[in-house]
Design a protein. Structure first.
Length: 442
């Protein structure tokens, strides 16, 4: 790759431009803190740079556009771009998203040595003769923006409302908030634009809101469809003087609109949870925790809730909440048969097998006269593809032994691990009634 690049640079450096070259609309270089997500985007603290709206020259509108980039690391003194080995060079990728077409970009884990400007080269020729050169702004010593501290979605239809709580402190000011919507069901192909062919899939960015003045947003009519899996992202931006973002956190959660016609009779008014963004998928052994705040639960009615591939879900009550009396799984996934597990005080034990979707399990009729304060539903086949990050991925119905409120939690269990209650410390706060990775790219 290095030999090819050096040869290419020498060829176009020695040649003269004889034709029109590609163009772009705007350059960018920002520090991004991405939460775990289902869109195949890199998680954690990264640098992302590139140019938007790349187009071939007007005299050759169907031409293939090549792209690569380079930067002189902080502390280095770089001479000729074509011959000085101190330059760090990296190919660009194109992603042609519905809401952001023909973006050429690259990314790397955050490194203070890479916070200077990046030089971008575009050409319709593989030897980059002629070429267009763009220069990005520098990052400087800007800090990483933290995630929102919690996110809540209400309304399980096609126009959900999203609210969030801002972090208690940030290293830089929050100058702008936006909401973006991604289609996970119909991903776009991301393709290398230099060197060996390489491509992968990412979720398609459908929409970006205008800058928001409050920590809430309702997804507009006509954007979402039933039967499609989406990610909704909340961006917190710190801006340069020119208004471009220089530091951003993006907090993702998945959302699949629930078509009432697909649920069992009587299932309605589904209570959706609050969640806290998971910083990275690295080392993650279970899904995110979902917290519920339902003000009216009891033994004479069922409250439906829903959270986020998962093999089961853990449920728990909080201090002062009534115990669970019954559970009913409304979602029919995999073979539609589930296991009920209860806590003995020291270990999990299987209490019921072959619980069918739509059927209820009554804890008080199976040796738990006072109900239970925690339980698990297991037996979801991994191939069923239940997304542990989807707020509407697994609907469960609960009833309680007495009237009260439900401020409990629900956590997805993955194939890698089934956590013990000791790992639930962050979500032992409530109780209620319920129907309810791979390497990432930027």
């Amino acid at each position: 790759m290095k030999t090819l690049l050096a040869t290419t640079l020498a060829l176009w450096a020695a040649a003269s431009a004889t034709a029109a070259t590609p163009t772009g609309t705007s350059v960018f270089d920002l520090r991004v803190n991405n939460s775990a997500n289902s869109g195949n985007r890199a998680t954690g603290d990264i640098i992302v740079w590139g140019v938007n709206g790349v187009a071939p020259p007007s005299d050759n509108p169907g031409a293939y556009v090549y792209g690569f980039s380079g930067t002189c690391p902080v502390g280095k003194t770089c001479d000729s771009f074509t011959t000085d080995a101190d330059w760090l060079k990296q190919r660009l990728f194109e992603r042609d998203m519905t809401g952001l077409p023909h973006q050429y970009y690259a990314s790397r884990p955050y490194d203070p040595a890479l916070t200077g400007s990046w030089r971008l080269y575009l050409s319709t020729s593989a030897n980059f003769n002629p070429n267009t050169v763009y220069q990005t702004p520098s990052l400087g010593d800007v800090g990483a923006m933290p995630f929102v501290s919690s996110m809540t979605v209400s309304g399980s239809g096609l126009t959900p409302s999203v609210t969030w709580t801002l972090p208690s402190s940030t290293p830089t000011s929050i100058d702008q908030m936006r909401v973006r919507v991604f289609d996970n069901s119909h991903p776009t192909t991301v393709e290398s634009r230099y060197g060996d062919p390489y491509s992968f899939l990412q979720s398609d960015q459908l929409f970006q809101s205008a800058a928001l003045g409050s920590s809430s947003y309702t997804v507009p009519t006509g954007l979402l469809s039933y039967g499609t899996h989406y990610s909704i992202a909340i961006d917190l931006n710190h801006l340069r003087a020119d208004g471009s973002p220089v530091s951003r956190s993006t907090s993702y959660f998945d959302f699949t609109p629930i078509d009432p016609a697909t649920l069992p009779a009587g299932v309605g008014n589904i209570a959706l949870p609050t969640t806290t963004p998971v910083p990275t998928t690295s080392g993650l052994l279970a899904g995110p925790v979902y917290n519920f705040h339902v003000g009216d639960v009891g033994s004479d009615h069922v409250t439906f809730i829903d959270p986020v591939v998962a093999t089961g879900f853990s449920y728990a009550t909080g201090v002062g909440d009534p115990n669970f009396k019954t559970v009913q799984v409304a979602s029919n996934v995999g073979d539609g048969l589930y296991e009920v597990w209860t806590w003995s005080g020291s270990t999990w034990q299987k209490t019921a097998s072959m619980l069918a979707a739509g059927a209820s399990f009554d804890f008080t009729a199976h040796g738990f006269a006072a109900g239970v304060d925690r339980f698990q539903i297991r037996g979801i086949e991994p191939e069923a593809g239940v997304n542990a990050f989807d707020l509407t991925g697994f609907v469960t119905g609960l009833s309680f032994v007495s009237a009260g409120s439900f401020n409990g939690t629900m956590q997805a269990l993955t194939a890698e691990a089934v956590p013990e209650p000791a790992t639930w410390a962050l979500w032992l706060a409530g109780a209620g009634a319920l129907l309810a990775w791979r390497r990432r790219q930027a």
